[in-house]
Design a protein around this ligand. Sequence first.
Ligand code: SF4
Ligand code: SF4
Ligand code: SF4
Ligand code: FES
Length: 693
Amino acid sequence: MADPITLTIDGRQVKVPAGTLVIEAAKTVGIEVPAFCYYEGFSLQAACRMCLVEVEKMPKLQPGCTLPAAEGMVVYTESPKVVEARKGTLEFLLSNHPLDCPVCDKGGECELQDMTFRYGAGESRFVEIKHHVDEKQWSPAVYYDAARCILCYRCIRVCDEGIGVGALGLTYRGVAAEITPSHGDHLECDECGWCIDVCPVGALTSGTYRYKSRPWEMNYAGTICTHCSDGCKTTLSVRNGEVIRANNRDRSGVNGEFLCVKGRFGFDFVHSEERLQSPLLRKDGNLEPVSWSEALAAVAARFGEVKARNGKFGIIGSTHTSNEENYYLQKFARQGLGTANIDHHRSGDVPALLDALSGKTGKLATSADLYNAKAALVIGSDLAQQHPFLAFQLRANFRHHQAAVYTVTSGVVREEQYAAKSLHCEAGQELGTAQSLAEDLKKHGDLVILFGDAIRGQAVRQLVEFGESLGIPVKYVCLVDYANSRGAMDMGLLPNLGPGYHAAPAVGLSRDEMLAAADLDVLWVVGSNPFKTTAPAGTSTFTVVQDLFLTETAQRADVVLPAASAYEKNGTVTNVCGEVQRLKQGPKVMGTKSDLEIFGLLAKELGLNLGIWTSDKVFEEIRRTVQGYNVPLPVIATGGAAQTAAVNGGVPQTGKPEYIRSAGDTLFTSGTLGRYSKMLNRVMEAPGQLYKP
Ligand code: SF4
Ligand code: SF4
Ligand code: SF4
Ligand code: FES
């Protein structure tokens, strides 16, 4: 850290590292210097002059957003001269700004409105007719109203520097100047909507939220995005039971303000017309709506009868259900039904990684490590497509700290735009190709290795041997697909491993083996759609499905139980880096129940004593019994993230790494959920239409 210097701001002594900007130095003692164009973490613009401050011995007011603090400097942020200057700046900004606050989406959370209230003149000396241009729709997600734009260029910078897309630029000059998408009249971009979020005024508005509400008319639920495994915190804005916006403006959670298109706009599956809102029971060959009690009784009767005659169960769990639900489901299977046949769609070989790392500590990277490491090696994953937040972390690390990023992939990936070295290889050759980078990697102070499903089983152990041979500190991330893929494994939804990766009492069938077994008496599928890709061999198997939609699997079920999504429940999930975070209920969809409640009611119906089925109670049990999950409660309860401790002992082999495969989602797809999101399907970059930034 640079040597500290001392300066005085508004009469207070402030000690900061040399080179700190005055605007940031002021923040450290709770003094806010107003700013429109300045945005922490992005290049400096000095375009708006809102941040002017008075500095002793300097003849003119200075922009606090570009002025480095110096030893002995004396700064005034609210002197009469400063206040007068801000009033003038606002008068200029408002000279062409429509005064449509009563109908503007940003009303109530507009920085221009706030500043005008604080410093603005009650009247304007400008009487000229305002230059007007019509609002433009750039994409289903993003609208632009040039008349409201104050040309702060925040949107251009977050798109270019933050997202790495550079879809926005400036056209025309003076009063006619406008922000313009690089494809002329429309956007071809990541559709992340971050530009909307950072816009200090209502110039950029969101396709899902515009003209729907005022900020004070909504309830807010800070929860975790339910799409990919990166675990971004997202705040759902709920009005009249409907989610109409998602963002993370309070910068809490691992992701700060970052959200990709799925986190910001992909919540609309919640209110899809195709949501199941009543249990369905097959009668005379057709699925017919029945009451919850009739459906649960039918399931319990068959489960009880099959259990009594030692019949064969198969249970496929979910990569989206909470840790509590996954834990309870495996308990239901092993203790309640006496079966070892439990699995889920595995997309990364976490057990092999934990086994390879046994005896070592501090080897699993957090998402913050991706921002701080000196170097990163990405093997076999198109990170920007499959792990948008992890890709953002690496890009920010490169931008802020010049981190060296290496990629080994079978195709072109976005990280190549700034990578120190990128190697392409045939699929299956990833490990050997990565090993050829040894001399490059050794040069760096530390390294994070991220690997996808190309590296599994024995290859994971070889990769760890390679990493440990480099002679520098190395941490690892085993990339998995969905919001709680990691939690599904940690909680023991595996045929040979119980919670915490302990050997299960018996080894059961894997997911693929269950689908191939013609003699299964019962197949219970929770939040998964295996029949989409694999037809089951069993023709007389009694199939129970818990899901949000009538998926390909649900269509063939005997009983379908309508489940609540992760946005409609409390609990915890664990992201790809092993960070446990809290789910908080936003809306409630009529007729559905959380999977945990369904398990509890079924257990009751069967007369099983599996414990109380509230998420808090089950989480308590998880903290007590699952290795690595004794995470600090206050961190979780206050919406923070706590990394699970690595299992520090050998993990029994899975022996079946061939069943591990990623679903290969892209930035605009998200398995079943993505199919029911109108927004993800409406944007022109939608599935299969990947654009070239
Ligand atoms: S939506 Fe995202 S990618 Fe598209 S222009 Fe805005 S910031 Fe850039
Ligand atoms: S659209 Fe918003 S963020 Fe972009 S320059 Fe205009 S005011 Fe700034
Ligand atoms: S990166 Fe993943 S977790 Fe984050 S918002 Fe996007 S889909 Fe959600
Ligand atoms: S915030 Fe300093 S000039 Fe805009």
